[in-house]
Design a protein around this ligand. Sequence first.
Ligand code: ADP
Ligand code: MG
Length: 346
Amino acid sequence: MIEDKNQQKTELSDLGEFGLIDHLTRDFKIKQKSTIKGIGDDAAILSFKNKEIVISTDLLIENVHFDLSYMPLKHLGYKAIIVNLSDVYAMNASATQVTVSIAVSNRFPLEALEELYSGIETAAKIYNIDVIGGDTTSSTTGLIISVTAIGEIKDGDEVYRNGARPNDLLVVSGDLGGAYMGLQVLEREKEVFKVNPNNQPDLDSYTYIIERQLKPEARKDIIKLLKDLDVKPTSMIDISDGLSSEIMHICKQSEVGCDLYENKIPLDPQVISTCEEFNIDSTTIALNGGEDYELLMTVSQKDYSKLKGNPNFTVIGYMKEKAEGMHLVTRSEMKIPLKAQGWKSF
Ligand code: ADP
Ligand code: MG
């Protein structure tokens, strides 16, 4: 899990900028009809015919958004793509292309960037998207990655944050809190490793939550499932900062209130047991832990029968009139105002 000191090292300067880009992107294949020209010219060319175009960008900075002492570069490349695709899916769109820009210090050998790009390539393959360009430059401080994701959507299919109405169901995909608890376990092991580098951690009972942190997935499958079920959510957002702040985004933009039921929040058994071990309240983690990349949506009551019993969706509450406010209804049926602590990177 920790850096291998004996790996082969090829200085980036041995290749030059152009050689480096060619080398890193040589296996990338074009899969999308809409990609007319990908990597290799001054700019890429895309053609979307009658579709609308969706664009989203994220910036990831070493030691702010990721820590390379427990994040393998391959996973980082994968995750950098996933977090962007998640934003495109949250519009109810399909993702088609990405650009990837990196700034690297000379601390990184070619082999490190190969690892990063193999993660990027894996994500591109699994999610069927093209890497169509980017930029490469040097950095004095560490690694910086910026990804722009591009997608397409049929006019009218867009789902914004501002469409929720009172009485809509509040629905979430998957389960929450795993990525944050995975991070807690990794942070703990990092401290143990500092004291005793020969200690091999036994992480078997944390595999699910560590994977949620190191290798998250974007819910492309949920967008397809919603189409198959003929459900168009009234609003949607991806959960990158924690349930609480995402609910508040929807409520503010839609000018509604909501009741969120504590006993409905979906938690994996590993999240529950790890919270017990760390002596943290699992509801707090689901509300404020980040990086789960599940989709939070509001759905009209008339669509309830289409989602009912489907294990991919959990109804966790109801939207209310704005004047009624935003509340968590606890297991003991107390109503407390929702707060957004969020998962702030700074
Ligand atoms: P320019 O000098 O015009 O910016 P570059 O030499 O930076 O051109 O880029 C050449 C080609 O390689 C372009 O198609 C660009 O989009 C692509 N490219 C550059 N850096 C990356 C990267 N890190 N990942 C993917 N493609 C890249
Ligand atoms: Mg350039």
